[in-house]
Design a protein around this ligand. Structure first.
Ligand code: PGA
Length: 250
């Protein structure tokens, strides 16, 4: 059975006090929920505090990014060891905002994934097409190449540490969602692509999350699809009530 997962990507939102408030609410709402793994990704400055706050709960803390090098002269960057030393063992890599605003290419992401896997972290690997790609019917090719370039040189054994998050860029923060049918179609394609490159068992085991304007009103329909194993939630994860509603929609 594949794991069902709902992860909240808080992006560059919530200062320390606000983080404390949201975590306090989440502890009362989404701790110990059967059959769903709940993950939250606060900003770097609040990661250790979040880990401490959630230590006794079933909610996992993830980072939103990390550097590919082990350490060294990379001013402003954060390493896998630093994350692990504060209890953070999961990292989001490849988010479209990192790709678009911070120049993260498939090649860089490949290095980041390799480092995270070597450091025994879990990776939530994000990818997805832009509107142009979909309009010109290149979305399947684009997604296949993002997966291939960053992930297909991994050993089979690495896949137990990978969670995939398909996030069509045109649906992120726009209020525009892929229809449940579009999401299912792409998720099935992703699974098939992984089965071809690795094997069916790996393809069947990997959790594939959908991300892009998931809200309480549309979560159930999207999560009901066979190859959708949960969601990566941005805006709606910043409010405890709506995040809980999405978690309970699984
Ligand atoms: P959104 O963001 O839910 O606000 O569209 C999703 C994401 O960027 O992970």
């Amino acid at each position: 059975m594949r794991k069902k997962i709902v992860a909240g990507n808080w992006k560059m939102n919530k200062n320390l006090a606000e983080t404390g408030n949201l975590l306090g609410e989440l502890k009362g709402r989404v701790d110990q929920i059967d059959n769903v793994e709940v993950i939250v990704a606060p900003t770097f400055t609040n990661l250790y505090y979040s880990f401490e706050q959630l230590r006794e709960t079933t909610i996992t803390v993830a980072a939103q990014n990390m550097h590919q090098a082990a350490n060294g002269a990379f001013t402003g960057e954060i390493s896998a060891d630093m994350l692990k030393s504060i209890g953070v063992e999961t990292v989001i890599l490849g988010h479209s905002e990192r790709r678009a605003h911070f120049g993260e290419t498939d090649a860089i992401l490949k290095e980041k994934v390799v480092t995270a896997i070597q450091k025994e972290m879990t990776v939530i690997f994000c990818f997805g097409e832009e509107l142009n790609d979909r309009k010109s019917d290149k979305h399947f090719d684009l997604v296949a190449s993002q997966l291939k370039n960053a992930l297909f040189d991994l050993d089979k054994s690495a896949w137990s540490q990978i969670i995939l998050a398909y996030e069509p860029v045109w649906a992120i923060g726009t209020g525009e969602t892929a229809s449940p049918k579009q999401a299912q179609e792409m998720h099935a394609f992703i699974r098939k692509t992984i089965a071809k490159a690795f094997d069916q068992q790996i393809a069947d085991q990997v959790s594939i999350l959908y991300g892009g304007s998931v809200k309480p009103a549309n979560a159930k329909e999207i999560f009901a699809k066979q190859d959708v194993d949960g969601g990566l939630i941005g805006g709606a994860a910043l409010d405890a009530e709506s995040f809980e509603a999405i978690v309970r929609a699984i």
